[in-house]
Write a protein that binds this ligand. Structure first.
Ligand code: COA
Length: 166
């Protein structure tokens, strides 16, 4: 076994991803350069009413992340910390866009730390040109006929338009 195998660093990147935007994709690409394995973990946020089923999101994200060989996509239920533990992950990656994100993310990071002391949260700042977008904002603009294609991978833009027109 090589030293790289011994120190294999696995992280999870949990989120609702309804749908995954170029902002999320940028975080995944950057995390994939920093860690040996990145699991995109599709979770359920009880406060959200998703447009895509978890399975639809998994298919779309898997297709888009295919060129990133160390990125895997899974659906999880329950606590993110438990899913991380099951995968032997050392950290939870989250993107940070704004000051408002920071408050919410710090609260989650502290709760996750108290639930599992061995897990670290790693924040990756979002690219400035993508810091004003969110999945629900894009869905809302698209539902009113706005063009949001510059913010979404092509397959996701197509799938979203299909959903909105069905
Ligand atoms: N680019 C663009 N948008 C981004 C972004 C980025 N880099 N990073 C975050 N966002 C946006 C998303 O588009 C999303 O927008 P929306 O609210 O309009 O839909 C929002 O920020 C946050 O969504 P997302 O990153 O998908 O995560 P979330 O906050 O919905 O998901 C979970 C939170 C799933 C990670 C969290 O609820 C969780 O861990 N749940 C499992 C249960 C658990 O462990 N609970 C205890 C937590 S302490």
């Amino acid at each position: 076994m090589t030293e790289k195998n011994i120190n294999h660093t696995i992280v999870i990147y949990p989120g609702t991803f309804d749908p995954m935007t170029n902002g999320h994709l940028n975080i995944i690409q950057r995390a994939s350069k920093m860690f040996d394995v990145v699991y995109v973990a599709i979770g359920a946020n009880p406060e959200k009413n998703p447009t895509f089923t978890p399975e639809e999101r998994k298919i779309l994200i898997t297709k888009i992340c295919e060129p990133l060989k160390n990125v895997k996509v899974e659906i999880f239920h329950g606590l993110a910390v438990n899913f991380a533990k099951k995968l032997n992950a050392k950290g939870i990656v989250r993107g940070l866009r704004t000051e408002a994100d920071f408050m919410y993310e710090m609260q989650m990071a502290m709760m996750n730390k108290s639930l599992n002391k061995d897990l670290e949260t790693i924040f990756i700042p979002t690219m400035q040109e993508l810091s004003h977008i969110s999945s629900s904002l894009l869905k809302s603009v698209a539902s009113l006929g706005g063009n949001i294609s510059e913010y979404l991978p092509r397959e996701i833009n197509d799938a979203l338009l299909k959903k909105l027109n069905s």
